[in-house]
Design a protein around this ligand. Structure first.
Ligand SMILES: [Zn+2]
Length: 143
């Protein structure tokens, strides 16, 4: 196994930076002395970006796209903003795309409900019931 190269920068607390170094250079992008100004600017922009994302998430009551509610909220924002624009082909296309996305979201929600209902209908007896049968039924040879 080839040892992975790591950045030669030592942190103030004595730990090594664990980022990969740039090609033919001992330091990663963030710790390259010749690029200190660029790296500082990149960090500043990253901070501004994260702050802006946080502010917008609060302002729009947007809680991420990893749940159906989050996606629905985004679609509501798109529709609201889209409807307030002057009419154009682009506006109509955006509204149709939003309707398609919302339809897909409804389908996924419906499938999830069906899957949950099927799982509930085919769920094996609760563990408590098994214990009432005298125990030992769920114990295999490796226990
Ligand atoms: Zn580094």
């Amino acid at each position: 196994m080839v040892a992975r190269r790591v950045c030669a920068f030592v942190m103030p607390d004595g730990r090594m930076c664990r980022a990969g170094p740039q090609r033919d250079r001992p330091y990663c992008f963030a710790h390259e002395p010749e690029r200190a100004a660029e790296a500082a600017e990149a960090r500043r922009l990253g901070g501004l970006r994260r702050r802006k994302e946080g502010t917008l998430a609060v302002a729009y009551d947007l809680f991420g796209l990893d749940s159906a509610e989050g996606i629905r909220r985004l679609l509501e924002i798109v529709v609201t903003d889209g409807l307030s624009l002057e009419n154009s082909i682009a506006r109509l296309r955006a509204l149709i795309a939003t309707a398609v996305a919302a339809t897909n979201l409804l389908k996924v929600g419906e499938l999830e409900e069906r899957a949950a209902a099927l799982e509930a209908a085919h769920r094996p007896p609760e563990r408590a019931d098994a214990d009432e049968l005298g125990g030992g039924l769920l114990e295999g040879p490796d226990r």
